[in-house]
Design a protein around this ligand. Structure first.
Ligand SMILES: [Zn+2]
Length: 164
């Protein structure tokens, strides 16, 4: 596993290369992702290097901890994201489009951290609830039960029982 999110491409041969990264709680903290409380996401990157461009195929899979809209407890949201990025070496074909990335001959590495952040945030579902509704209900029932149960076994009352 790489500790940073930077891919050093300058020394790579042309062809396909594979990289693994991990998005964890530290990533969440460092990016102030207030909506995401935790993350266990594996990132697999297939990089194709040619003389003209780098093509990166991203595959993110794992879970992120989100707050359930129904019961406010954290739950694990499964995520599976596939994305592709192309970064051109060719400065002549530069475009104003934000979707096209251009690398200069001075660049030796490509930092994917910002892209991972965007992929993750864009993949969050609008509706955030426990996938199994029973998980919400069960917690609420337990909560009510704990409050309703009389404290008949409270040892503090034993003292009173002995007073006659
Ligand atoms: Zn819930």
């Amino acid at each position: 596993m790489n500790k940073t999110y930077s891919i050093k491409f300058s020394s790579l041969k042309q062809g396909l290369h594979h990289f693994d990264f991990k998005i964890d709680d530290t990533f969440v903290r460092e990016h102030n992702l207030s909506e995401i409380r935790a993350a266990k996401v594996l990132v697999s990157v297939l990089l194709e290097k040619t003389s003209r461009f780098l093509k990166l195929e991203f595959d993110l899979s794992g879970t992120v901890g989100l707050e359930c809209d129904r019961c406010l407890e954290l739950y694990d949201q499964q995520i599976a994201i596939q994305k592709e990025l192309v970064a051109n070496f060719d400065a002549e074909n530069q475009s104003d489009s934000e979707d096209i990335i251009t690398l200069s001959s001075a660049d030796h590495s490509f930092d994917i951290e910002h892209y991972l952040y965007e992929f993750l945030v864009l993949a969050l579902p609008m509706k955030r609830v426990h996938q199994d509704i029973k998980l919400c209900g069960e917690e609420n029932i337990k909560f009510i039960h704990n409050f309703a149960r009389p404290a008949e076994d409270d040892p503090r009352w034993d003292v009173l029982k002995n007073i006659k």
